[in-house]
Structures are given as C-alpha cells and as structure tokens.
Design a protein around this ligand. Structure first.
Ligand code: LMR
Length: 330
C-alpha cells in the first residue's frame, strides 16, 4: 500500500489555499452506488470511523451509499467538479476518462484473488492511478479496492456452453469491452446503471447480468434471476479517487492521517472482499431461488476461447503494457 503513503506526502504543504480546521471539521463527501452492507459499503463506513479516530474529529467522512447522492451516470462528473470529494467506482466506469481501465473486463485475464492483489500494487497499476488523463480532470486515484470475480446470471436457461448465450440480452456496467464480450457469445447487452439494474431484471428489460456474489446477494438479484453460472470470466474491482484540488488543499498533517486511515481501511477491504463474497455465495445457494451451475475446466475453456476475439478487438486500446504486465504477474 505504498501508493497511499506516496500520495499523502504530495500536494501543497500550507499557504493561503489551505482549508481551515480551527472550528468546523473538514467534510469529505464519499459517494458510492452499492448498499451499506456490501463489501464497498462496509469498507467505506470503516474508513469514515478511522478518519474520525485518526484526525481526532478534524476531518469527517460523510458516506452516501446506494446511489443516494450520485449514481453511475453522474458520480464521476461530481468528483471532477468537486461536488463530491471521494468515489470508489468499479474501475471500468472510468472508461469515460481513460479506456485503459477496461483492462478489468478483459476475459479470463486474472487467475485468482492473489493475482489481482499483486496487480493493485504493481507499477502498471500505479500508472493508471496517477495518469495525466486523470490529473487533467482534477482527479487522482489513491488505492485499489477489491470486489472479486464476476459470474453470469439470467432468467432463460442455464449457461453452460458459448451457444447458450445466443440471443439473450445482458445488463453491462459501461464501455465497449463488455459489449464486445457479450457479442462474442452471440448475446446483446445494454448499459444500465447499477441503481436501475434490479428493476431492469425484474421487468425483463434484460434477461441477465454479470456480477460478483456479493453484489448479486446484497442487491437481491436472486429474487429476479433463475440461473447462475460460476464462470469467474472477469473481475469487478474498485479504485478510490479523490478530487485533487480538494486533496492538495487539506492541511498536510490531516492529509497524512486520512491517508493512514485509507491504508488501514484498504487492508480491511481486501479481507472483506474474500469473506463477504464467500458468505454471499452461500446465501445465494441457501435462498433456493437460483439454480447454480459449476463449470468443468473444459466448459470454462470453451467460453474463454469464444471470448478470444475481444483481445483482437481491444488489445491495442487497453495496451500491451497493461495486458502483458498483468499476465506477467501470475
Ligand atoms: C455494477 O455496476 O455492477 C458495479 O460496478 C457496482 C459496484 O460498484 O460494485
């Protein structure tokens, strides 16, 4: 977690631009789209507690979960304009500013959780967090938060072979890579914000979606989906982004304490990602509402092969530096 520490010692160290702390606490508005009991929701709450403890109340994190302040369509703009100070979006939603963030959607790129975590601490990952493209929009990434592997759910039939996807329509988070993924399987897709996905599944606007066990469970998709395939075909992970002028203006001692709180919350978040996803899979199974299919190695390989064209189409956009950089961390 060297990234946080590095970012916290940067920025202005005083002067007239500094925020005042003598009377009122510095309020850090942190907006996100998942529920309060999700991996991200729990980590954000813990971060807020840690900030209060470490700054002795001089800074206060106000967490706005469940898209109640900003949803997928406006939280990034709100961060750029400084209406909110921190967000932790699923990284693919950063496609608006830098298409390389869709690395996360490249099919079967990550082997396991340890591989994803190795990436979070790598130089290629740092190059995304600190890119000129983000800085040019007054934002910067501080650290990666994890969720986990995605799995397909749908309402029509079990998805076991590439052909089974034909003609179905899936909800996608954002970007062209996910669209290409579904196209490669003969399926269609629609970009739908997280806050509107439950209703879209319930009303049949789409037949299915892909998400982590914990997002499926905390959004109660098991109520509106009949089949789940344990595919682990792609990842859903987060990064914590700040509005840079806001961050730079924070008095240095407070910024350092907030950085320490973030470092501790991040360690917890990574642990939560593993524990909560495992618990959510059990919940989904226990609900008895979803038929769960485990794939054999051969079945997974057949789906992976069907998704190979996504690399031909998007390898250059994502860059070989990232794709090979991630593969070499295995
Ligand atoms: C989604 O839109 O499915 C996820 O990005 C939601 C989230 O933040 O985990």
């Amino acid at each position: 977690l060297a990234l946080v520490v590095a970012a916290c010692s940067e920025g202005s160290t005083g002067g007239s631009g500094e925020q005042k702390t003598d009377d009122k606490p510095i309020v850090i508005k942190f907006s996100h789209v998942t529920s309060i009991d999700s991996v991200k929701g729990k980590a954000a709450e813990r971060f807020a507690e840690l900030v209060a403890e470490k700054t002795g109340g001089k800074a206060k994190v106000e967490v706005y979960p469940s898209s109640q302040l900003y949803g997928d369509n406006d939280e990034l703009d709100a961060l750029v304009s400084g209406n909110v100070h921190m967000i932790a979006p699923s990284v693919t939603k950063m496609v608006k500013l830098d298409p390389r963030w869709q690395y996360v959607d490249m099919p079967f790129l990550f082997e396991n959780q340890a591989h994803a975590q190795k990436f979070f601490e790598s130089d290629v990952a740092k190059s995304l967090l600190n890119s000129d493209k983000l800085a040019g929009n007054d934002i910067m990434g501080l650290v990666f938060w994890e969720n986990g592997f995605k799995h397909f759910t749908n309402n029509k039939h079990q998805l076991q072979k590439p052909e089974d996807f034909k003609g179905l329509k899936f909800r996608a988070q954002a970007g062209k890579v996910l669209e290409a993924q579904f196209n490669a399987l003969g399926a269609g897709s629609a970009t739908i914000s997280f806050g509107e996905t439950y209703a879209a599944l319930q009303q049949g606007t789409v037949d299915g979606q892909e998400n982590t066990y914990n997002n499926i469970d905390t959004q109660k998709y098991q109520e509106v989906q009949k089949y789940m395939t344990l595919s682990e075909h792609g990842r859903l992970d987060y990064a914590v982004f700040v509005n840079k002028p806001f961050w730079d203006k924070m008095p240095e001692d407070i910024r350092t304490q907030v950085g320490e709180a973030l470092k501790e919350a991040t360690e917890l978040e990574w642990q939560l990602a593993a524990d909560e996803n495992a618990a959510s899979l059990e919940n989904i199974k226990k609900s008895g509402k979803v038929e769960v299919l485990e794939l054999t190695d051969e079945e997974r390989t057949a789906i992976a092969e069907a998704l190979d064209p996504v690399y031909d189409e998007f390898g250059e956009t994502i860059t070989s530096e990232l794709i090979d950089g991630i593969r070499n961390l295995k």
